[in-house]
Design a protein around this ligand. Structure first.
Ligand SMILES: Nc1ncnc2c1ncn2[C@@H]1O[C@H](COP(=O)(O)OP(=O)(O)OP(=O)(O)O)[C@@H](O)[C@H]1O
Ligand SMILES: O=P(O)(O)OC[C@H]1O[C@H](OP(=O)(O)OP(=O)(O)O)[C@H](O)[C@@H]1O
Ligand SMILES: [Mg+2]
Length: 281
């Protein structure tokens, strides 16, 4: 049975469970449940702290897990990315009191507080900056005001938390993160891991794409299908009306309206968009 680690709390937890449910897996009903077995799909889910997931997967006690790229790197576990899951996107940045720092070189000889001490130490080493890393568990934004650090390195999504603490980021992002499916380094894809990967990719497709249908005359067919080439090729079927065709194609959801405008200008009519409920590519 495939053993899968799922975040039990925090920013990744709800979205990870929603994605697994959409992929057709049983998920826990009670937030106190530590593990559940999905007999039908022959998988077992273990609900663990997001920070510990890469450690379990790296040890091989669990086969795969869902965690953030930043947590995976910081864990230094023997685990690797299997699939990006397109949620919990964030950047990881240095920050300091507004106006205090302009570049990471100025951290030389300073104290940097973070919950991601390995990630930050490795980055500072690469950049040849000699700074002291102060490891804290959370609420890092308070550490400067409370006098244990001169700067911080932390997760930024909207930047609201930093702004509210009177801090601003400086320098390039240390990294960009998102939720990932991770697996033990070198683990061969068995049958159930392949199914999991295909199902999660299916959820991503259903979220990221829509189906676009339209009618177009023969003279405009080539120009219109060039606008919506689909993943492989669009489906083109003759209409009862002589010289007209119906076209169906998958298109990225975020470009829906621009594509509809372009198609209309290219002579397409009856342009309809419908969601994809589920997919296997
Ligand atoms: N506001 C956010 N937006 C997007 N991703 C986030 C956000 N906050 C945290 N993350 C991501 O979630 C993961 C960390 O999860 P979380 O913050 O829930 O764990 P934690 O800090 O260890 O736990 P807790 O916050 O419960 O103490 C990281 O991959 C991080 O990039
Ligand atoms: O840029 P923002 O949209 O404001 O989001 C970023 C904040 O969210 C996370 O905090 P979390 O709630 O996990 O608390 P923590 O610091 O205790 O981990 C992260 O550590 C930042 O503090
Ligand atoms: Mg957190």
């Amino acid at each position: 049975m495939l053993r899968i680690a799922v975040p039990n709390k925090g920013a990744l937890s709800q979205a990870a469970q929603t994605m697994l449910s959409e992929a057709g897996y049983l998920q826990r009903r009670e937030s106190r449940e530590l593990a559940i077995v999905d007999e039908e799909n022959q998988v077992e889910f273990f609900y663990l702290r997001p920070r510990d997931i890469a450690v379990y997967v790296g040890h091989g006690t669990l086969d795969v897990g869902i965690t953030g790229r930043d947590l995976l790197l910081d864990s230094e576990a023997d685990a690797e990315e299997a699939l990006g899951l397109d949620f919990a996107r964030s950047t990881f940045h240095f920050a300091g009191p507004t106006g205090r720092f302009t570049s990471p070189e100025e951290l030389q000889g300073k104290r940097v507080a973070t919950s991601y001490s390995n990630l930050v130490r490795n980055y500072l080493k690469e950049q040849r900056i000699d700074a002291e890393v102060v490891r804290l568990d959370g609420a890092i934004e308070s550490s400067i005001r409370l006098g244990v650090a001169d700067a911080i390195a932390d997760v930024v999504e909207t930047g609201n938390t930093m702004r509210a603490a009177g801090l601003e980021t400086f320098g390039d992002p240390i990294m960009r993160s998102e939720a990932l499916l991770i697996k033990r380094r070198g683990l061969e894809d068995g049958a159930s891991l392949e199914v999991l990967g295909r199902r999660l990719r299916g959820v991503l497709v259903a979220r990221q794409y829509v189906l676009m249908d339209f009618d177009v005359s023969e003279e405009n067919l080539e120009a219109a299908t060039a606008i919506t080439p689909g993943l492989e090729a669009p489906t083109v079927s003759p209409l009862q009306r002589e010289g007209w065709y119906a076209v169906r194609s998958m298109v990225p959801k975020r470009s829906t309206n621009q594509l509809m405008d372009s198609l209309y200008e290219a002579g397409a009519r009856a342009i309809l968009v419908s969601p994809i409920g589920a997919a296997r590519l």
